[in-house]
Write a protein that binds this ligand. Structure first.
Ligand code: ATP
Ligand code: MG
Length: 442
């Protein structure tokens, strides 16, 4: 039995009082049956949006997607999305239906849903209605299309990415017929907007089982990121590595914390390797400059996905730095933190740890010990509130002007002072800094 929250029960009761049916549906039912907290509750009903508004008289409603039958109602301060039972009209270009038809029977609405585990509903008391074997698939941990998989992917190709996303986040297997259709219909993904593909891709790589899904379905990932194809099976011929580039990449994705930027960084950190590979006479592989090449490639890819600039810049910096093995010394850590930030430094260490754990075990313990030491220094520096930015200096631009500097000279001097302070060559003391600056302008 599912525990339906009070505010959802209230909304359902108001609809029932008006003579309509209403059920919780989709992700909330799936997650509840899995024993985890649903991210949100969705309700479906036989009432049209106009009829819903009559039932919810006195409550605030928002016209979220009236044309598609969706109304948001605020119950006890909680927004709740309620959608009229519907079937989809014709699909144009393998994406969203051009029109929807409101219907009065639950079964029609359930059969338009993508996967059996997403096609269950429950009433206000938590009693589950399962028309397509969703509970059994949940217990067997299986993603299976409702109806014929090829047809369902033809209708809306985004479902291809959604299948991979759920396999990753729920750690489920994809049923054979559904999996076959994923491969045979993968080219239809080109009809889907880059934003929707990227949104699913990010959820996929942040899932528990991302490594396995990225590996098992690499050809599908390659249909949205063709640049990864040369990584498949590309052997590295180097003692530090025991996997081909793609296998190494997917393992590193799985090793890092489930954070969007960290996971994107791992996904892209080595994609430039195949094009930068050089082999010694003895066959040993080297990949000098691959981090820059990977950064260039990811910039193009993330731009294509209309990724926001802040994420893109952060991921690019992590990739550029991922192979920067800074010597263990306070000075180097401070410089690095001055260039980026403490948080960035800690993320960089996480990237290096995930990378190391996806390499051969050659010198692994030594590599990990090194990262541990760097982390300890960084925490120490951070706790001391060291001067790391121009704004942390005991002097500012006005001081430089009063010393007679102007224009570019000001910024350049402040930067010079900062470099010296970071390197512990000058004390961050107002008089010391003024003295130093005064001598240099004469
Ligand atoms: P979560 O909200 O946790 O990401 P969810 O299952 O609720 O997962 P949503 O994208 O919120 O996913 O969609 C809600 C429900 O709508 C799904 O459970 C599914 O029943 C249905 N659905 C969503 N997208 C599609 C689609 N492209 N094709 C068919 N049904 C879909
Ligand atoms: Mg949802």
């Amino acid at each position: 039995m599912i525990q339906v929250p009070d505010y959802v029960v209230k909304a359902i009761e108001l609809l029932e009082k008006g003579g309509f049916e209403a059920y919780c549906v989709g992700g909330c039912v799936r997650d509840s049956l899995l024993g985890c907290e649903p991210s949100d509750w969705d309700v479906c009903t036989s009432a049209t949006p106009e009829e819903m508004k009559v039932c919810f008289e006195g409550l605030r409603t928002i016209d979220t997607g009236i044309r598609h039958g969706t109304l948001t109602v605020i119950v006890d301060r909680n927004p709740l999305e309620i959608t009229t039972y519907r079937t989809d009209g014709a699909y144009a270009s393998h994406r969203r239906p051009v029109s929807v038809n409101f219907i009065r029977e639950l079964s029609g609405d359930i059969s338009r849903r993508d996967f059996t585990v997403n096609a269950m509903c429950c009433d206000k008391n938590g009693a589950v209605t399962d028309m397509f074997g969703g509970t059994e698939d949940l217990s067997r941990k299986i993603i299976r299309c409702v109806g014929d998989p090829e047809e369902r992917f033809e209708e809306d190709a985004l479902r291809i990415m959604r299948a991979l996303r759920f396999a990753s986040t729920l750690s489920f297997e994809i049923e054979k017929e559904t999996a076959d259709a994923l491969f045979s219909k993968k080219n239809l993904l080109e009809y889907i907007s880059v934003e929707r593909v990227f949104s699913e891709l990010k959820k996929l790589i942040c899932g528990r089982n991302a490594a396995k899904v990225l590996d098992d379905y690499k050809e599908i990932i390659a249909s949205v990121i063709p640049e990864i194809t040369p990584c498949f099976g590309f052997e590295q011929h180097n003692v530090h590595h025991c996997y081909d580039v793609w296998t190494h990449i997917v393992k590193s994705v799985g090793n890092v914390r489930k954070d969007e930027r960290l996971r994107l960084a791992m996904l892209f950190h080595d994609i430039g390797k195949p094009s930068m590979a050089r082999f010694d006479e003895d066959g040993t592989g080297h990949f000098k400059g691959h981090q820059i090449k990977s950064a260039e490639m990811l910039t193009e890819i993330l731009d294509r996905f209309h990724c926001d600039n802040a994420t893109l810049a952060y991921v690019r910096d992590l990739v550029i730095e991922h192979d920067n093995r800074i010597p263990i010394a306070r000075k180097n850590v401070k410089r690095f933190m001055a260039k980026h930030s403490f948080d960035f430094f800690m993320d960089y260490l996480e990237v290096r740890r995930a990378d190391t754990m996806a390499q051969s075990d050659y010198l692994r313990q030594e590599k990990l010990d090194e990262l541990e030491k760097l982390a300890m220094i960084a925490v120490e520096v951070n706790n001391e509130n060291c001067c790391l930015k121009v704004t942390d200096l005991a002097v500012d631009g006005k001081d430089m002007i009063s010393l007679g500097m102007s224009g570019r000279q000001i910024g350049a001097m402040l930067q010079r002072l900062l470099d010296l302070v970071v390197d512990d060559k000058l004390e961050n003391d107002r008089n010391v800094l003024l003295e130093y600056a005064k001598e240099r302008i004469r």
